[in-house]
Structure formats: structure tokens, C-alpha cells
Design a protein around this ligand. Structure first.
Ligand code: FMN
Length: 336
């Protein structure tokens, strides 16, 4: 209700300014005790060995530095994913780099992993009194050559390991040059094998096993999806997130900002990401859980993702267009 009044005002602002203002305001409200926790009645859902209080999570990229975890959790999410974080801080691409396409219920972003670096993210996580399920999404710096990408993932993995409930390996952002090449068979096999070895070592060192999830692009062909699924199985990954944003522009080319470079998210992505989930599910046969993301604008979009084989879902663009009621509505439907 409240958000339907606020949205027209926020949409008058430049998208990135609106984003920062919203996160700052949520933080202030929470600290002042003016943002009560939305309580959603749900039977916990066990995925990756973790008990999720409800299956609706916040997708990566909204709170890149983990600076607003507690306030975002108050919106009713069953889990929060922060990041993508890189080893060193980086500014990301020049502004403007975030565009609304309201006629299509969509967003195009080419943020380029703007973040304060993994050390700052850890500081923020340590300072937060959030005790729920926290995913930390890791990536590579823009100026790290692709052949050294594994090093960046390993640096982040080691640093965030003690603070995460699960860790997401982001190889699917379209806004870091060549990043998606890590989804190719040879590169992916190498990356997954290195990550698995390090995860095993870290679990012995810390006496705690932290699951690893791999986040995929929606712009993969069926053959590539089959190859990736077999590698995920071979290297015993704990989950797969499908999907990130798309480079496709079908249906939005004619709209203002429709041809901006970057990743498209929101309503135009709904069906494609569900199709990817469906294909992954048929290869994985429930051996690895799927977290569904991409164009969940209504509770029933989320239910379709679960129907296609996802065990959990994540929201981003839907939250921008629909506000926190989407979290409540979706969790209520999925929990019923
Ligand atoms: C502005 C913006 C920034 C994003 N940043 C990240 C990111 O840093 N890491 C990541 O894995 N995904 C990122 N994403 C992708 C989302 O997590 C999600 O996978 C994608 O937007 C599809 O979901 P949606 O249609 O509900 O938005 C970003 C999305 C948007 C709109």
C-alpha cells in the first residue's frame, strides 16, 4: 500500500539515486525501530543442508556491500544474498548505468560490479546483527585478466567463508568483460575443481561446511546447459542459481532505454529463466537444488519457477516495481 504511493516519487529520481536513497532510508528506519519485521508463517524449507524460514530470497546486486542486510531482512525475506563482491574495491562502469523500462516492467543495468571490496563487505556483515541465512556472492575484479580469474574467486572464497551461510560463484554477469566465458567447458571445469578443493580445505580448517552455488546466465543454449549441468554434478556443487540478467532485447528494443548496453531483468526475463530452470532440472534430477531468479513479478511467477524445478526463489526487479508486498505475497503463496 505504502509503496504504491512512494513508487511514483522514487521513479522521478535517477534510478541509482533512488536506489541509494531507498537503502539509506531503510537503514535509518530500522535503526530508529520504525521498520518492524514482517513475519511470514512458513514451514522451514531445507535446501543445501540449511533451513530457510521461507523460500523467498533477495537476489544479489541490490545490497552489493552488505550494508543494509538487517533492514532488507525486515521486509520478510527468508534469505538475503549480498554482493557481488570482488577482492579489491572498484568503481564499476561510468554513470548512467542503471535504466528503468517501466512500460515493460524491466530494468537494464551495466553497473559492472561496483563495490567496496571484500574486506569492507566482511566488516559490514560482522557489524550487522542479522542472524538469518546469508549468501555472499563473489566475482572477479574488472582488471584481473580472465586467465587469473580463479585467483580472485579463491581470494574471496577464503575471506568470506567464515561469514557466509552459502557462497555464490557469479560467472554470469554480462557487465564484466569475458566473465561469461567462465561458463565454457574447459574454463568451468578448472574453476569448479579449484573451488571444490578449496572448499574442502576450508571446511576442515573451520570445522564447518559452507555450500557453494553457481550462478548462470539465461543466454545459454541447450547444449551448453547440458554440459554445465554435468560439470556441476561432477564437481559436487551444492546449488545452482538460474538466472542472472539477459543480453537479449526481444520485446524491449522499441522502448526508451531498450537498447542500452547491459543486462536486462524483470518481466521480459520471466519465461526464459523458467525455461533454463526446467532444462537444468531435467539434467540434475534433484541431485543439486536450483534457486530460481529472473522476472518474478508476481507470486504466480515464483510458483512457475518452483513448478519448473526450483527449490527456492530470489527477487530483484519485482521488488523495484512492486515493493515489499511482493515478498509477502510470494512467500505466502509458496508456503501455503
Ligand atoms: C541493478 C542490478 C544489479 C545486479 N547486480 C548483480 C550482481 O552484482 N551479482 C549478481 O549475481 N547478480 C546481479 N544482478 C542480477 C539479479 O541478482 C538477478 O539475477 C536478475 O536481475 C534477475 O532477476 P530479476 O528479474 O528478478 O531482477 C543484478 C540485477 C540488477 C537489476
Amino acid at each position: 500500500m505504502m509503496y504504491s504511493l512512494l513508487r511514483p516519487l522514487l521513479f522521478l529520481l535517477d534510478p541509482e539515486t533512488a536506489h541509494t536513497l531507498t537503502l539509506d532510508t531503510l537503514n535509518l528506519l530500522k535503526k530508529a525501530g520504525l521498520l518492524p519485521d514482517r513475519v511470514i508463517r512458513c514451514q522451514p524449507v531445507r535446501v543445501m543442508g540449511l533451513d530457510f524460514p521461507n523460500p523467498v530470497g533477495l537476489a544479489a546486486g541490490l545490497d552489493k556491500n552488505g550494508a543494509c542486510i538487517r533492514a532488507l531482512a525486515a521486509l520478510g525475506f527468508g534469505f538475503i544474498e549480498v554482493g557481488t563482491v570482488t577482492p579489491r574495491p572498484q568503481a564499476g562502469n561510468p554513470r548512467p548505468r542503471l535504466f528503468r523500462l517501466p512500460q515493460a516492467g524491466a530494468i537494464i543495468n551495466r553497473m559492472g560490479f561496483n563495490n567496496a571490496g571484500v574486506d569492507q563487505l566482511i566488516k559490514n556483515v560482522r557489524q550487522s546483527d542479522y542472524r538469518g541465512i546469508l549468501g555472499i556472492n563473489i566475482g572477479k575484479n574488472a582488471d584481473t585478466p580472465l586467465q587469473n580469474a580463479v585467483d580472485d574467486y579463491l581470494i574471496c572464497l577464503r575471506k568470506v567463508y567464515p561469514y557466509a551461510s552459502y557462497i555464490t560463484v557469479n560467472i554470469s554477469s554480462p557487465n564484466t568483460q569475458q566473465l561469461r566465458q567462465l561458463q565454457n567447458e574447459t574454463e568451468l571445469a578448472h574453476l569448479l575443481s579449484m573451488l571444490k578443493t578449496e572448499q574442502t580445505r576450508l571446511s576442515e580448517q573451520h570445522g564447518r561446511y559452507i555450500p557453494l552455488a553457481v550462478k548462470l546466465a539465461p543466454d545459454l543454449e541447450s547444449g551448453q546447459i547440458a554440459v554445465i549441468a554435468s560439470l556441476l554434478l561432477k564437481h559436487h556443487m551444492d546449488a545452482v542459481i538460474a538466472t542472472n540478467t539477459t543480453t537479449a532485447r526481444a520485446g524491449v528494443e522499441h522502448l526508451p532505454h531498450g537498447n542500452e548496453k547491459g543486462g536486462l531483468s524483470g518481466a521480459p526475463l520471466t519465461e526464459r529463466s523458467t525455461a533454463v530452470i526446467h532444462q537444468l532440472a531435467s539434467h540434475l534430477q534433484r541431485a543439486i537444488p536450483i534457486i530460481g531468479a529472473g522476472g518474478i513479478m508476481t507470486a504466480s511467477d515464483a510458483q512457475s519457477k518452483i513448478g519448473a524445478g526450483a527449490s527456492l526463489v530470489q527477487l530483484y526487479s519485482g521488488l523495484i516495481y512492486r515493493g515489499p508486498d511482493l515478498v509477502t505475497e510470494t512467500a505466502t503463496l509458496l508456503c501455503s
